[in-house]
Design a binder for this molecule. Structure first.
Ligand code: FAQ
Length: 334
């Protein structure tokens, strides 16, 4: 990889755009990525690689932060102290994931403030899944089992992403997501084995979250604008459809163990393919949610904007504290 230092050049692609140097930098970058070397923040990288990473990492970070809302909705109504403590820890973990990812995105020269401004202005996306409501306590279990399960399936390969800071952030995130998935599974198992009403509540939650969970993996491969380039750059290691299939294959036996039915009569094992076949996804619904027309889009973004405004005093206080201690030369304690 070409380390960019004052001696070897500058990180501005504009400087390298013309002539041999640009070609050499590009060739060296492509060769390093093909050889599975990690790209680090001070290495030269094509502008489009940087922009694509910022796009994906920002969307990922925003998803973690907005994703706190549906489950936080149930913290005050968790059915026991144990469940409440677990749920609070999970929601806090999601905040932490967002912060790791904003920090990783900052290494690409974009500030967290800038990314948040874009989210609040509707210029950057967050995952479609968080635009659905959590109507019952069982939804907390369905999110853990299905949404975190889908998130892990998608994110484990990102631990091998070509961009170092993103790959390293994902290692810790995936460990925590595994705990989240297990807690959701365990919660649903308790409900499924409970009273008839509890079992019905678990089934209803799975009925509502199954299809949106499959949509989390993104559009079908032939409609995925970014997959080919992101896979060539080894940002993505598998296509949207490959990961969706992997998730279905994992979820089917888990649903059986839970004693719950997946709401798709077309799911069946295909011996020839060595995978489960499954029914058609309603892509019109997916694109509609992306356009802002899901059941909770407006509520989610309004709540996010309000939380940001209400947190202004915390940011101001932290900045004033840092300024005071920097100007007096004293160390700022974390
Ligand atoms: N929702 O060309 P592609 C979590 C957009 S974290 C919204 O296939 P790409 C943890 C896409 O951005 C969940 N938009 O895009 C948790 C693009 O639009 P653009 C988030 C979507 O990037 C659990 C357009 O459609 N995970 O759940 C979605 O190659 C529980 C065309 O799509 C990540 O972000 C979608 N589902 O592949 C938290 C993982 N899918 O940008 C709380 C990292 C696609 O041109 C509670 N991201 N779009 O305007 C990825 O792996 C990829 O970005 C994909 C999309 C696979 C999501």
């Amino acid at each position: 990889m070409v380390a960019v230092t004052p001696e070897t050049g500058t990180s501005s692609t504009a400087d390298a755009r013309s002539g041999d140097l640009a070609d050499q930098l590009r060739a060296s970058f492509d060769a390093a990525v093909a050889a599975e070397e990690r790209v680090e923040p001070r290495d030269w990288m094509p502008d489009e690689y940087r922009a694509s990473l910022v796009r994906q990492m920002a969307q990922h970070a925003h998803s973690e932060i907005i994703g706190m809302q549906p489950e936080a909705n149930w913290i005050t109504r968790a059915p026991s102290l144990r469940r409440k403590a677990i749920l609070m820890a999970k929601v806090q973990d999601e905040a932490g994931h967002g912060l790791y990812l904003y920090s990783a995105a900052e290494t690409l020269g974009t500030s967290r403030d800038e990314l948040l401004d874009k989210l609040h202005a509707g210029k950057q996306k967050y995952s479609s899944i968080f635009n659905y409501p959590t109507l019952t306590w069982a939804d907390v279990g369905a999110i853990g089992w299905l949404v975190d399960g889908a998130a892990i399936t998608n994110q484990v390969p990102i631990c091998r992403c070509s961009y170092g800071p993103y790959a390293r952030a994902m290692v810790r995130i995936c460990k925590e997501e595994s705990f989240h998935q297990r807690q959701g599974y365990e919660l649903l198992l308790a409900l499924s084995r409970g009273t008839e009403a509890q079992h019905a509540m678990a089934q209803d939650a799975v009925d509502r979250w199954w299809w949106p969970s499959l949509m989390m993996f993104g559009p079908p491969d032939d409609e995925s604008a970014h997959s080919a380039q992101s896979m060539a750059w080894r940002i993505k290691r598998h296509s949207n459809d490959e990961l969706r299939q992997r998730f279905v294959d994992i979820a089917v036996p888990q649903a059986e163990s839970l004693g719950l039915t997946l709401p798709d009569p077309d799911i069946k094992w295909n011996e020839e393919r060595g995978h489960h076949d499954f029914g058609a996804i309603d892509w019109a619904e997916f694109w509609d949610v992306l356009k802002g027309n899901g059941p909770c889009n407006e509520q989610r973004i309004n709540q996010r904007r309000t939380a940001h405004e209400e947190g202004a005093w915390v940011r101001d206080a932290a900045a004033a504290y840092a300024e005071k201690h920097t100007s007096t030369g004293r160390e700022v304690q974390a």
